[in-house]
Design a protein around this ligand. Structure first.
Ligand code: SF4
Ligand code: SF4
Ligand code: SF4
Length: 414
């Protein structure tokens, strides 16, 4: 029997007690939720309790698989993806056999990638009947917005899961398209090589793009409305906990599972509202084992263009790394294998603009302020011009939270 079958069978066993468990959980977090001002992203780092900051919790640290349903009955759990790639959903399986812990303590009432469950099933539930909703992905269309608002209404706790939900992630790079959704749809459905050929073959002279409403003989068909601006989850609904990462590490997922299990089986209170799970107060550089020599750089290179020194800081080798502007928590999983950090855990508590902060760190590495300045401003412009997509590079994950809301065209586009 697969564990999904196990979920379903157990789900049939205890729907009523789940409601009671949900109430218990709501009471358990009611005080911190009411008393703590919501914080977003890295701004929460300074408020994160040490117990949660102590990253690197291993799945095995969760102990033996739980012995069965919690004493007060199983909770209801919803897992939903908005504008997401699915990686966050898959990452939940990174705790290996401990995933069965979820089946022991929860009825899965919605998980589009893995289990059946319809919007009307959720709509028919009582407000607060879902104990925990884990939501990944940004909000970029009307369906995303409707579902996250519905889940918020029906849930005692909402977990903002993954970088796209926390900071906008790669979907929020769409905010940089000056013409917004119309320009995106035009390009995607008319100008990419495959669609251009298709349109030329089948709709020559009158190319079609998906419509949000279509009158079919059987009735009106609808599609979600794409938005001009991609939003983070907490720009649309109130959020209780954040778990950054693209996708989050299993250590973060283990922290989440342990916190919920501790509450259900041992009565241990949940952390305060606004807690960011799985981060530390240090920057990624402080978790990175590479030796920093603070060399001056005179050219920018990609890792594949050099013979990467396995011990030296990548910036010292001329490779742009967002480690100085990124909050620690992942234990420097990219830089340890020779790849620069792209910043998926988001900025530190002291920083709002992760991209600008990274640029500042890079600027300090050009030999212009030294007594023996050896480079002119024009040369720096030339060097930085070798970065093909600066906004995409420095804001690959955090455009949704950036002060830069969108790009504009010189002709006066949006
Ligand atoms: S955070 Fe990363 S893994 Fe998760 S949905 Fe976004 S792109 Fe995918
Ligand atoms: S800049 Fe990057 S490679 Fe260098 S120490 Fe910081 S995280 Fe490590
Ligand atoms: S090293 Fe940077 S990009 Fe890689 S997982 Fe960590 S925070 Fe994300």
């Amino acid at each position: 029997m697969s564990f999904f079958d196990r979920f379903r069978n157990k789900s049939k066993e205890a729907p009523k007690v789940a409601v009671k468990a949900a109430k218990d959980v709501k009471q358990a977090v009611a005080k911190p939720i009411a008393s703590a001002k919501p914080k977003t992203g890295a701004a929460c780092a300074e408020k994160t309790p040490e117990s949660i900051q102590a990253a690197q919790l291993k799945a095995a640290d969760l102990g033996a698989l739980l012995p069965g349903a919690p004493p007060n009955g199983k909770i209801n759990l919803a897992i939903y993806w908005a504008a997401a790639c699915g990686g966050c959903d898959v990452s939940l399986l990174d705790v290996n056999e401990r995933i069965l812990t979820i089946g022991d303590m929860a009825n899965i009432v919605m998980w589009p990638i893995a289990a059946d469950g319809k919007e009307h099933d959720i709509a028919e539930m009582k407000d607060g009947e879902i104990t925990v909703s884990i939501i990944s992905g940004a909000v970029r269309n009307s369906e995303n917005e409707h579902m996250v608002k519905l889940l918020r209404k029906k849930s005692a706790i909402v977990v903002c899961y993954g970088t796209c939900a926390c900071f906008g992630g790669s979907p929020a790079l769409a905010n940089l398209v000056p013409g917004g959704k119309d320009e995106i749809l035009d390009y995607v459905y008319k100008k990419t090589p495959t669609t251009a050929n298709f349109q030329a073959d089948y709709h020559a002279g009158s190319p079609v793009i998906p419509q949000t409403e279509f009158g079919a003989p059987e009735g009106k068909l609808t599609l979600p409305v794409l938005y001009d601006t991609v939003k983070t989850l907490d720009q649309v609904i109130d959020v209780d906990y954040y778990i950054p990462g693209c996708p989050p590490l299993q250590e973060s997922i283990s922290h989440l599972l342990k916190a919920v299990a501790d509450l259900l089986y041992n009565g241990v209170a949940l952390p305060p509202k606004g807690t960011v799970v799985g981060i530390v107060t240090k920057t990624l550089c402080e978790q990175c084992p590479r030796r920093k020599e603070h060399r001056r750089i005179t050219k920018i290179v990609e890792p594949h263009q050099i013979d990467v020194d396995p011990d030296l800081c990548l910036m010292d080798q001329g490779t742009l790394c967002l480690g100085p502007a990124t909050v620690g928590g992942c234990n420097a999983r990219c830089t340890r294998v020779g790849q620069p950090c792209r910043g998926c855990y988001g900025p530190t508590a002291a920083v709002q603009e992760q991209g600008a902060s990274a640029l500042t760190a890079i600027a300090s590495m050009f030999p212009v302020l030294d007594d023996d300045a050896t480079i002119e401003e024009e040369a720096i412009v030339d060097i930085m011009s070798t970065v093909k997509d600066p906004l995409g590079y420095f804001y690959a994950f955090t455009m949704g939270k950036s002060l830069i809301k969108r790009s504009v065209s010189e002709k006066g586009g949006k």
